[in-house]
Write a protein that binds this ligand. Structure first.
Ligand code: ADP
Length: 680
């Protein structure tokens, strides 16, 4: 095994569940590798301990071999042997623990999402400390990450420091407070922790449920240093409130029936008030519609096809209104904002064929039913704000960097053509190659574009007809497919999935091409996006690839002109930084780490040299539209300005240099404090 350093650098051990590129689900894996490499470069000895998953990319590990030692660790009243493997990943020494436990903890084909995750990772946390003890290591810092290895902090102080593994300070980084890994308190005993001692409000007891323990809370309490991944997120999680609250205003959507105006008002205050208010008004609206429907049924004779379809639509109205109500109750905003490919006003004057009508019906249905993906709300510290405030002196937000060697368009071997800020021709070639690969059109057809602002229905009882009335507005002339908007993400509510969906339609409407790479662990979101992917299956200007694909992700960053990140909350976010490094301009919501790394080019309060993208605050379709449309406008109407922006973004330093020096300082101060204390 690697021996402890004799030089002045620190000995840092990371214990984590992910590490890019060998075992990565999201940003945690990137951070592990990026931060470790940067610390190593600064002269520290950095080692990493990971579970030996079956689904590791073994071909990315160098000098991989089993060590001639078996670490025995305690679990559920017994000792289990662990085989320890060692190898080099991205130049870093990594230990992989393979438990010989009958439950095959890390032989599951995936990193997370198993019914016994609490057991699997508490087992691993203990085995990792056991490895350090038995190998006689004397680290200065043990750095654990997220709830999966949060157990390390209480295990270290309660069990391992007394056994002699006591040289270290413990640093805990929470990459996302959404995931806290709570479990019934009794489960803590499996890894040897004392449930009675720890299931207390000032220790590991969950702040919501007193019979549950919360590993993240435990790590906050028991660590010497607690960090999260951006300064803005560190502020947000110290509040009980949502990071963003619904605007205290009333939104009006007018519906006109038979000359009378029925106003549907959505109170946008808190959900409860809003629900009551909306329910009341929906009822009024619903009554009107049903009344009109009855009269209509009597009035209409000899209907043409159009009228029949409208009748069918309104026959389903009751059900659809219920869907809207349920959606609103769950926090969705139901707006009258149009969809890009909603039927054009003129089409309603003349004859239509069945295909057009089908298309039209599809849009109307989506208008109602498409609200099933509800708005997610940022939830501050998700119950841990009080704990964080109590421990605020040791809590700090350090903005993540990115691994600028792995993410470098000038050397990226996944790209068809490498390019740099001084030579952007390669970016165009990558765009052309990706279009070809995904079957997107590369024709650059200029066409006028009309954007619908809103529509409402009128039942004209005198003539027995129903009209949909559209308000519309001319937009700038757009060359279709000229620019590409990319999005690479886990499709989870945190990421603003309803806004991603909207962005797809809106971008195509505005003449752009949209490429989404993502997948969802949430079945209803996955199936909704499968539906959208299907709809665009052979579309010339949008493609959804619903899987995890490292290679494709690199080519999308390179091929995109813009990159959308409409997160509801975002602890740090790496994709905006990677996108900028590849000359893809970010369109992001102002939250968490996005607020610390994306600065609007039109924001006069930000010094010009820092402005690098487009931002919006309100997480609704209008908010997103405002940023997206400004971006497209700039891109189309100020070619030279856009090129300069691309070059500027590509030259921003998103490396780990600055952030790793902050970690170094935190580590050193903590180690120095411990030494002073032990001398006193
Ligand atoms: P999170 O950690 O919340 O998932 P981040 O923005 O911090 O979000 O990190 C996401 C990382 O995962 C980025 O490196 C991004 O490129 C990558 N990623 C996300 N989804 C996919 C996907 N479907 N295929 C390939 N890479 C992906």
């Amino acid at each position: 095994m690697t021996s402890s350093p004799t030089r002045s650098g620190l000995h840092v051990i990371h214990i984590a569940a992910e590490m890019a590129p060998v075992a990565k689900v999201g940003g945690l894996g990137d951070v592990l590798t990026g931060l470790s490499k940067a610390l190593q470069k600064r002269g520290h000895l950095v080692e990493i301990i990971l579970p030996k998953y079956d689904c590791i990319q073994y071909e990315r590990i160098h000098d991989f071999r089993a060590l001639d030692m078996a670490v025995e660790s305690y679990f559920d009243g017994q000792l289990f042997k662990n085989k320890v493997w060692v190898g080099t990943v991205e130049g870093l020494p990594v230990y992989f623990i393979e438990p010989h436990h009958p439950a095959n903890f890390f032989w599951r084909g995936q990193l997370y999402g198993e019914h016994d995750d609490f057991k699997r990772f508490s087992f691993f946390s203990r085995a990792a400390l056991e490895l350090l003890l038995q190998a006689g290591k004397k680290p200065d810092i043990i750095h654990c990450h997220d709830w999966q290895t949060a157990f390390v902090a209480p295990l270290y102080w309660d069990l391992y420091a007394p056994k002699g593994l006591n040289s270290a300070r413990i640093c805990f980084t929470c990459h996302n407070f959404e995931y806290q890994g709570t479990a019934p308190a009794s489960e803590l005993a499996s890894c040897g922790l004392d449930v009675h001692h720890l299931n207390r409000p000032d220790r590991m007891q969950d702040n919501f449920a007193h019979d549950r323990v919360n590993p993240v809370k435990g790590a906050i309490v028991f660590s010497n240093i607690v960090t999260t991944v951006s300064p803005t997120y560190a502020q947000e999680v110290r509040t009980a409130q949502e990071g963003w609250s619904w605007p205290k205003q009333v939104k009006r959507c007018d519906r006109v029936f038979d000359g009378r105006t029925c106003v549907l008002e959505e109170a946008m205050g808190d959900v409860k008030d809003r629900l009551g208010f909306v329910e009341q008004n929906l009822q009024t609206w619903e009554d009107h519609v049903l009344e009109e429907l009855e009269s209509l049924k009597k009035a209409v004779t000899g209907q043409d096809e159009l009228r029949t379809r409208f009748m069918e639509l309104f026959a389903n109205l009751q059900e659809q209104l219920n869907v809207v109500k349920v959606a609103i109750a769950a926090g969705a905003v139901v707006t009258s904002s149009p969809r890009m490919d909603a039927p054009k006003p003129k089409e309603f004057g003349g004859k239509r064929d069945a295909k057009e009508l089908d298309n039209f019906m599809w849009h109307i249905e989506r208008y109602f039913v498409g609200t099933s993906i509800t708005d997610e709300k940022a939830k501050g510290g998700q119950g841990l704000h009080a704990t964080l405030n109590l421990h605020s002196k040791k809590f700090v937000g350090v903005l993540n960097g990115i691994d600028t060697d792995a993410w470098n368009p000038a050397t990226d071997s996944y790209l068809k053509v490498q390019y740099s800020a001084n030579d952007l021709q390669g970016k165009l070639e990558n765009k052309a190659a990706l279009r070809k690969h995904l079957g997107l059109s590369s024709a650059d057809v200029k066409r006028p574009l009309v954007s619908l602002l809103s529509f409402y229905s009128i039942a004209d009882m005198q003539h027995g007809t129903i009209f949909l009335v559209f308000k519309f507005q001319s937009m700038f002339i757009s060359g279709h497919g000229e620019y590409a908007v990319g999005c690479i993400t886990r499709l989870v509510p945190q990421k603003g999935v309803h806004l991603i969906r909207h962005a797809i339609y809106r971008t195509v409407e505005l003449g752009g091409q949209f490429i989404l790479l993502g997948s969802s662990p949430v079945p209803h979101i996955q199936s909704e996006f499968e539906g959208i992917a299907n709809h665009f299956r052979s579309h010339e200007h949008a493609r959804l690839v619903l899987k995890y694909d490292e290679s494709l992700s690199h080519t999308i960053y390179a091929a995109s002109d813009m990159f959308i990140i409409p997160s509801i909350f975002e602890p740090c976010g790496l994709t905006q930084m990677i996108a900028m490094r590849y000359g893809s301009i970010p369109i992001a919501r102002k939250t968490g780490g996005l607020n610390d790394s994306v600065f609007d080019i039109d924001d006069d309060t930000i010094p010009v040299q820092f402005r690098n993208g487009f931002t919006f605050l309100t997480p609704d379709e209008q908010g997103l539209n405002s940023a997206l449309e400004r971006a497209l406008y700039h891109c189309k109407n100020n070619g030279e300005g856009w090129r300069q922006l691309v070059q500027k973004d590509m030259n921003i330093d998103f490396s780990w240099d600055e952030s790793s020096s902050q970690y170094e300082e935190l580590y050193e101060k903590s180690v120095a404090r411990a030494r002073t204390a032990s001398r006193a």
